[in-house]
Ligand binder design. Structure first.
Ligand code: MTE
Length: 313
C-alpha cells in the first residue's frame, strides 16, 4: 500500500495529546505514581484501555487533541452549537443498548451491544474526518469493520443498500423536541460502500470507550464521505433493495446528496469545498486543500467508476 499508510504505529506514537502523554507516563511509572494518578484526576478504569490493534488503514497524520474531538461536535439531537453535545450528551442512557438489524438479512433481530461486540477484535483506525462545513480533524477511532457485522447477520442477495437510524428519546435528547430535522436522524450507504474495509462501526476513540457526544455506544465512520454520513448512536440497521431516505438529503436535497463523497471540485451551493480548516490549528491557521475522497481516493475511487460525481454528489 502507498507510503501514506503505516501499520506499525498507533496514536500513542504520534499524538500531541497532553492528557494521553500524562497517562502514558503514569502507566510507565506504575503503582509508584498512584498518588499522582489521584491528583491528576484520571480515573482508574480509564487506564485499562481497549487494547485496539493498529491498522494498515490508519493515516500517519497527527490526531487532534481529545479536547477538540470531544468539545467541537455536531450532534443535533443535543442542540446545534458545537459545544452543545459536550454539555448535554451525558444525559443519554447508553447501557443497556440494542440495535435492531432487519430487512434483507438472514438473521434479523434485536442485538444487544454485548452480542454485537462478542468475538470482535477491535482495531484503531486513525482517520481524517472532513465535515461538509469545511472543517476537519484527525481522529483515532477504535472499532471494527461494518462488513464483519453484516457477514454475521447474513446479507441476502437482493439487498443493495444499508440504512441506519439513531435513537429517538426526547426525554434525554432535548433538541428532539424541536423540528430541527425529521427525527430519527437517518443515514444510508450503498451495500458496496458499507462492505468497504474503510467503513467501520466505532465504539471508542483514543483507546477508550466512545464519549457520548461522539455517538456512544456505536456510530458509523465513513472517512471518504462528509461527516454527516457518519451517523451516531445507532439503534437500527436495515438492509434494503431501494435507496433509504437520509436526513440531510430529505432536509435539503439540493445541498446534501445521498453520496456526499468529499470532493474539492463540487462546491456546496453556499460555500467552496476546495479547502478546509483543521480544527485546533488556532485562529490564524492556514486553510489546507481538501483532497479527493478526503485522501482515500486510491482505496475508494473504484466504487464510483462510470458515475458522474457532480451529478450523483
Ligand atoms: N449523527 C446524529 N445522530 N446526529 C447528528 O447531528 N451529525 C453528523 C454526524 N453524525 C450528527 C450525526 C455530522 S454533521 C458530523 S460532522 C459528525 O457526526 C460529527 O461527528 P463528531 O462530533 O464526532 O466529530
Amino acid at each position: 500500500m502507498a507510503g501514506r499508510w503505516r501499520n506499525d504505529l498507533n496514536y500513542s506514537d504520534v499524538t500531541p495529546k497532553q492528557g494521553f502523554l500524562n497517562r502514558r507516563q503514569l502507566m510507565a511509572g506504575g503503582a509508584a505514581l498512584g498518588g499522582a494518578l489521584a491528583m491528576g484526576g484520571i480515573a482508574g478504569p480509564a487506564l485499562a484501555g481497549l487494547g485496539a490493534k493498529p491498522s494498515v488503514y490508519s493515516t500517519d497524520a497527527a490526531p487532534n487533541a481529545l479536547e477538540d474531538i470531544t468539545n467541537y461536535c455536531n450532534f443535533y439531537e443535543f442542540g446545534t452549537g458545537k459545544d452543545d453535545p459536550a454539555k448535554h450528551a451525558e444525559k443519554l442512557t447508553t447501557d443497556p443498548w440494542s440495535v435492531k438489524i432487519d430487512g434483507l438479512v438472514d438473521r434479523p433481530g434485536d442485538y444487544s451491544f454485548d452480542d454485537i461486540m462478542s468475538g470482535v477484535e477491535l482495531e484503531e483506525r486513525i482517520y481524517r474526518f472532513r465535515c461538509v462545513e469545511a472543517w476537519s480533524m484527525v481522529v483515532p477511532w477504535v472499532g471494527f469493520e461494518l462488513a464483519d457485522l453484516l457477514a454475521r447477520v447474513g446479507v441476502r442477495s437482493e439487498a443493495k443498500y444499508v440504512g441506519f437510524e439513531t435513537l429517538v428519546r426526547p426525554a434525554e435528547m432535548w433538541a428532539q423536541n424541536r423540528a430541527i430535522l425529521d427525527w430519527p436522524y437517518r443515514e444510508g450507504l450503498r451495500l458496496d460502500e458499507a462492505m468497504h474495509p474503510l467503513t467501520i462501526l466505532a465504539t471508542g476513540l483514543y483507546d477508550e470507550p466512545l464519549p457520548k457526544q461522539n455517538g456512544a455506544p456505536l456510530r458509523l465512520v465513513v472517512p471518504w464521505k462528509y461527516g454527516f454520513k457518519s451517523i451516531k448512536s445507532i439503534v437500527r440497521i436495515t438492509l434494503s433493495a431501494d435507496q433509504p431516505p437520509t436526513s440531510w438529503n430529505m432536509a435539503n436535497g439540493r445541498e446534501y446528496g445521498f453520496y456526499s463523497n468529499v470532493n474539492p471540485q463540487v462546491d456546496h451551493p453556499r460555500w467552496s469545498q476546495a479547502s478546509e480548516r483543521l480544527v485546533g490549528g488556532g485562529l490564524f491557521a492556514k486553510r489546507v486543500p481538501t483532497l479527493m475522497f478526503n485522501g482515500y481516493e486510491d482505496e475508494v475511487a473504484g466504487l464510483y467508476d462510470g458515475m458522474n460525481l457532480s451529478r450523483s454528489f
